[in-house]
Design a protein around this ligand. Sequence first.
Ligand code: MN3
Length: 388
Amino acid sequence: MNYKNKNIGILGSTGSIGRNTLNVVRNLNANGYKIEINFLSTNFNIDLLAEQINEFKPKKVFILNKNKSEEFKSKFNFPNLKIHDDTDDLIEMIKWNDYDLLVNATVGFSGLIPTIEAIKSGKKIALANKETLVVAGKIINDLLEEYDTTLIPIDSEHSAILQCLAGEKTESINKIILTGSGGPFRNKTFEEIKNSTIEDALNHPNWRMGNKITIDSATMMNKGLEVIEAKWLFRIDAEKIKVVIHPQSIIHSMVEFKDGSIKAQLGNPDMRIPIQYAITYPDRVTSDFPKLDLSKNNSLTFEEPDLEKFECLKIAFDVLKQGGTYPVVLNASNEIAVELFLKGKIKFLEIPNLIRHIVESHKNQNEFNIDDITEIDRQTRNEILSKI
Ligand code: MN3
């Protein structure tokens, strides 16, 4: 098969990464590629899904919300489209459909099983769902080897590191330096953060993203999850991963090598660049995405992260070092804490408090499988919800 012909399935096509992915597909198809969209999925945004179906003509769609799925069926008529709203059908769609690349643009723990099923079916993965690697990094790496397939990160930091590592040997790496903007609260005092509203926390300075990841950026848990993600993606020891605050979000991450040389990847904060790289990897394809003008971005600054102010990042580093099932508990407690914050049920600074409390009470397991992970995730969620 010609490498420019690709058949792609997208999970989470109506979210920020999903929409950008379709934007990239448009660009690639205008530049000599012939990309077909095999399936799309959404949680509830059926109107946007219908627009995407009209343009990209997928064979199947999955709609998570049953009411929305019923509404979709009565509102729209796509005669050749298969519509699924049952999780078993979702798994069947991922296992059997005739496609070669899964773009997993979903958020949260629920992205894990679809990634695993796609790997087991020999598909390539372009992964935006960082929770997959946070909770099951070792298992995913073993499966990628067993089923002889590849996983390319969409996350901008990890895409940057992958690009810095092109042509390099793992043993040459001294340090992986993940950059983070510091989020909306970088320059705020403890008092200001304490009294911040949902709107304050959702007001990210550089990136437009979904609500969950935007709150994760405000607490800096996002960077914490990315540190754990990096460990598994690049098969590197926890001690070799560092975070540096870079408020301009122009350098997307760096690698320091043992001779003292540092490589960085730069670009506008535009998710289409890492998404396109993940789809065309290792090739690069022309795009009309706005290019970085260094004369207008002539001040790039760096600072140490404040681990007292952003305790979530500190907890994540501790969890990274402890390993085992700690990351599962970290992720589950974070997902629930963010949900509670977005519903106005807890205050912003209760997010790290809640997570710390839950993580500290966890009894670690060093040997575990996917069923164990699913069970620990479920138990952690129940434990928190029973307390609130
Ligand atoms: Mn990122």
